[in-house]
Design a protein around this ligand. Structure first.
Ligand SMILES: [Zn+2]
Ligand SMILES: [Zn+2]
Length: 260
């Protein structure tokens, strides 16, 4: 199953009908595929052929960090990296492996503020719910989608939090509530050049539960789905999960669009 249709939940969820203004805008500024430039329908940022060419995460992959493993492995496995780590989330589930088209879209969303790419990326992330039975527990328990938060300054610059914009279509398609349960208390700068140990040190105390999170998890401590654009080392999502677990959330899982 690699298409969005295949990943759709069994029960259809109402999706808002696009109004006349959106249709007028489509006529004036027709949407085009971000990969090949062909025209697309509605808020699709990829044509059907380009979307179908992006494969979902393939087994076998690490049951903690989703690192893909080449070759054949019978049964479940954890990569050697994860055997030495103690994440506060149960597992991370990116929808797709590292893919240049998806990476480009995520970069454009984040650094060129191209927010119209978010619905396509959110629907892509939602594939995980249709393809990984480990997420049935989250669907059955109505666990909230908690976007990894941005620092206020960065959000002011970008005008939006990409993780929240990705979580929105997931909420519409799965029926799970969206909960801005975490806030970033201080900026942590770019982490790309830091080692894992440096990242962890840099992130300590960066996140806190919001009022919305306090209220939600006091009533429903069963679980939470952290949502982010890319899963790389798990340092950021791990720290978010630590804060949620400390607040009494029993199980935290991570869903992202792509494996970094
Ligand atoms: Zn295309
Ligand atoms: Zn792993």
């Amino acid at each position: 199953m690699t298409t969005d249709e295949a990943a759709a939940p069994a029960t259809p969820v109402a999706v808002p009908v696009r109004g006349w203004w959106a249709r007028c805008l489509d006529l004036l500024f027709p949407s085009v595929c971000n990969a090949c430039g062909q025209s697309t329908k509605g808020d699709a940022a990829l044509c059907e052929a380009c979307r179908a060419a992006i494969p979902s995460l393939q087994s076998p992959f690490c049951l903690r960090c989703a690192e893909e493993f080449e070759g054949r492995i019978e049964g479940d496995f954890e990569c050697s990296n994860c055997r030495n780590l103690d994440f506060d989330f149960a597992f991370a589930r990116p929808a797709v492996a590292n893919h240049p088209v998806v990476l480009q879209m995520i970069h454009e969303l984040k650094y060129q503020r191209r927010i119209h790419l978010a619905p396509e990326l959110g629907r892509m992330a939602q594939r995980s719910f249709g393809e990984d039975p480990r997420l049935l527990e989250a669907l059955a328990g109505k666990w909230p989608l908690v976007p990894v938060p941005l620092h206020r300054r960065r959000q002011l610059w970008r005008h939006f939090n990409q993780a929240e914009e990705i979580a929105r279509p997931i909420a519409a398609l799965t029926g799970l509530p969206l909960c801005r349960g975490l806030a970033r208390q201080r900026g942590t700068g770019s982490q790309t050049r830091l080692s894992r140990a440096q990242r962890l040190k840099n992130l300590r105390g960066a996140f806190a539960l919001t009022r919305e999170g306090e209220r939600h998890f006091a009533a429903h401590p069963g679980g939470a789905v952290l949502v982010d654009d890319v899963f790389t080392t798990g340092a950021t999502t791990g720290e978010c999960a630590r804060v949620l677990r400390k607040a009494g959330v029993q199980k935290v899982v991570v869903v992202t669009v792509m494996r970094g």
